[in-house]
Write a protein of this length. Structure first.
Length: 122
């Protein structure tokens, strides 16, 4: 299992935190499907599911394919929130974190998504 590090190089204390989602970059042409990237549609549903129970969701991604899936999922979830709620929008904040993948330390992007009142977004 990969150890996830934050910017301060401390291990994330609770690996089972329900607010944390991990996005896989992978290879879309993988023949056996074991290394396929995360599907943005499914990720957007996961974002909405977590936001129903919690104030925010953190998405951890390493690499451009994973970050692209994260941002596509954010846009899909944002549209869904706008159509389902009256006056709420999703916003995101991004920061860097360090992950250890296959024994190598690498940088990733932590995208934190939360809902706010549309008046605060203007």
């Amino acid at each position: 299992m990969n150890d996830i590090y934050n910017v301060d190089n401390d291990k994330v204390k609770n690996q089972k935190d329900p607010r944390i989602l991990r996005v896989r970059g992978g290879d879309p042409n993988d023949p056996d499907g074991s290394r396929r990237p995360t599907d943005p549609v499914g990720l957007s549903r996961s974002i909405l599911h977590v936001l129903k129970e919690h104030d925010y969701v953190k998405i951890l991604s390493v690499g451009p394919t994973a970050l692209n899936a994260t941002m596509n999922a954010f846009r899909l979830a944002s549209r869904e929130v706008e159509s389902l709620t009256n006056g709420s929008v999703l916003v995101n904040r991004q920061s860097e974190y360090f992950a250890e993948i296959n024994g190598k330390r690498t940088k990733g992007v932590c995208t934190r998504i939360f809902a706010i009142d549309i008046k605060a977004a203007l």
